[in-house]
Write a protein that binds this ligand. Sequence first.
Ligand code: FAD
Length: 422
Amino acid sequence: MMTALRAARNPSLSVGIFEKNSKLGCNTQISSGSLAAGGTRFQRAAGVVDSPERHAEDILAVSKDEASAPLLLEICRAAPRYVEWLADELDYPVELGLDMPRSGQSVPRLHTDTGRRGGRVLVSALRSAVHRTASVAFVDNSPAVRLLGSADGVMGIEVASSNQRTTTVYARAVVLAADGFAADAAMLARYCPDAVTAFYGGASTSTGEVMRWAIGIGARTRNMAAFLGHGLVVAGHGTRLNPSLPFLGAVLLDSSGHRFVDERGQGYSKLAAILRSLPDRRAAIIWTPQAHEAAMHSELMRESAAAGAFTCYASIDALAAGLKLPPAALRSSLTDHEGHVMTAPLYGTWVTYGILTTQGGLEVDMTGRVRRQDGAAVPGLHAVGGTAAGVSGPSPEGYSSGNGLLAAMGLGWIAGNYLAAA
Ligand SMILES: Cc1cc2nc3c(=O)[nH]c(=O)nc-3n(C[C@H](O)[C@H](O)[C@H](O)COP(=O)(O)OP(=O)(O)OC[C@H]3O[C@@H](n4cnc5c(N)ncnc54)[C@H](O)[C@@H]3O)c2cc1C
């Protein structure tokens, strides 16, 4: 939708969005909607000094993917522009998350909707804008089923409609924006075997077929083993906890009741890999009522609360009994990062590891054009968002908070601007 809206600024273009099934939903819609951007007016108003360059440096320090640096910088330069465009042109109610510290982010940089309702607000702002734009058609329940062309040039797609017929759509440019392959068991086993046993918290529509077609005509891929993992998935519930909790003093304990990790030193994707390496692949997390009050200002915590995914315990004994932790070890572990002893009442639950979406994909050039094996662009073929290789490096440890929507919105912005000008 971002690409379509930007491309449609050129009045000579007609744009069609063929959507598999909007009722099944997309990852943007179920995401927290946190948009990472460095150098916005929202940051300036809050006295936060930041820039696209600093944003890119922070990401590279975690992803260690030097080869991605030039495109990453372009994407980070786009980020403050589209965050302000979302606010000004689409009436998306933006606020800077000053209370959303994240590992690897040197300054507050996540922007959200003012009510913290998550990605559905973002999707509805984009979809309303699409519907207002006469030269963009949104065609629902019409999955792409085939890519027309070869590495020498793509000329359109075939789409299926609900009456079992297929329609051929010829186009001067095809933009693949169908996200990754986390919902496809075979592709996951092939490229991200560590994620196969993880809880899957993404959309059912991320089945990777458009990526397979592009690979089939000779497109190059990058970083296919990378994915967005999550180490704060509540065991037995599948809801997530607010990633700010460790910064609010929450502690993580293994099943023997001992701390095993610097809670604030890990991004939640890296934490997923750490939990996976524990013998029973889960950890207890414990936090204070003060932390709880601050953390509840997020759609994640509200969902977890509604699901009954954590409990407030009136005493340490009740906490030990509720989480089945050895009381003596538990007591000795209840000291937060500042050295304060945590006293009851305390909140607690068990968390495990999950995968939300994949981060590897088709290699693209500086304008979002898909590269083929010899490095040249496949004429007429572009990829954005999770279908393109993201900015999180080669492994799940390389993900920085906000990288997913950065690749979706940022590459979408860049590709749409390119198409409008081309
Ligand atoms: C629970 C969760 C929370 C997250 N929170 C954040 C966050 O706060 N910040 C952040 O930066 N990232 C977050 N992410 C990651 C982020 O949501 C994704 O990286 C991003 O939404 C990907 O955008 P996309 O446009 O590539 O894919 P999507 O938003 O998934 O859109 C892809 C669309 O393509 C459609 N489609 C698929 N196949 C076909 C086909 N064959 N034909 C036609 N249509 C097709 C799908 O139906 C879907 O509508 C989160 C992810 C999850 C799952």
